[in-house]
Design a protein around this ligand. Structure first.
Ligand code: AMP
Length: 181
């Protein structure tokens, strides 16, 4: 399995833009639109992920609304498998299963189609999102995947805000490409 060289990590880190105080004061937003607009950086990232997951024998990639859709879809296409969206409440048109999770104030909810992984039980699924902060969204997504009869074998993030300890308490393995301190 390939590991990224420090030069490749720098290519990725330099392609992601920090936006101060977005969407509210005190937050440094990691903007991946600049990575998407940089074909060399995007290719470096997708080559790494393709190589890592080639031998996982996955059946599906599930991506979290909305940036997880982008990286997840590219990876699914490269691996020749299907893509499943995990969406914010009220966006999916067919029968859904929902999972609530806590925010700093209040709660949010994600949904998945009840038949997203087909008839066969135990489909092997990789969850993908751009960033893990507290981990609340991704943990809810892992629960959803398992609730509808599939098996989430790993949760994969492009970036991890390590100081928030979001990877603790996951029901699956966690992998992140870049650690942000
Ligand atoms: P959490 O549930 O706290 O792990 O938050 C993860 C979700 O919020 C992901 O879908 C991220 O895209 C988004 N997110 C949280 N913090 C940031 C940040 N600092 N920069 C960019 N996206 C973020």
């Amino acid at each position: 399995m390939n590991t990224l060289s420090s030069k490749e990590k720098d290519i990725l880190l330099n392609s992601i833009r920090d936006i101060q105080d977005f969407p509210k004061p005190g937050i440094i937003f990691k903007d991946i639109t600049t990575l998407l607009g940089n074909p060399h950086a995007l290719n470096t990232l997708m080559d790494h992920l393709t190589d890592r997951y080639l031998n996982y024998d996955l059946d599906f990639i599930a991506g979290i609304d909305a940036r997880g859709f982008i990286f997840g879809s590219i990876l699914a296409d490269r691996l020749g498998i299907g893509f499943v969206p995990v969406r914010k409440k009220g966006k999916l048109p067919y029968t859904t299963v929902a999972e609530k999770y806590s925010l700093e104030y209040g709660f949010d909810e994600v949904e998945i189609h009840i038949d997203a992984f087909g008839e066969k039980k135990g489909a092997k699924v990789l969850l993908v999102d751009d960033l893990i902060a507290t981990g609340g969204t991704a943990k809810a997504a892992v629960n959803l995947i398992n609730k509808v009869g599939a098996e989430c074998v790993e949760a994969c993030f492009i970036m991890e805000l390590g100081f928030l300890n979001g990877r603790e308490g996951f029901n699956t393995q966690v992998y992140s490409v870049l650690q942000i301190d």
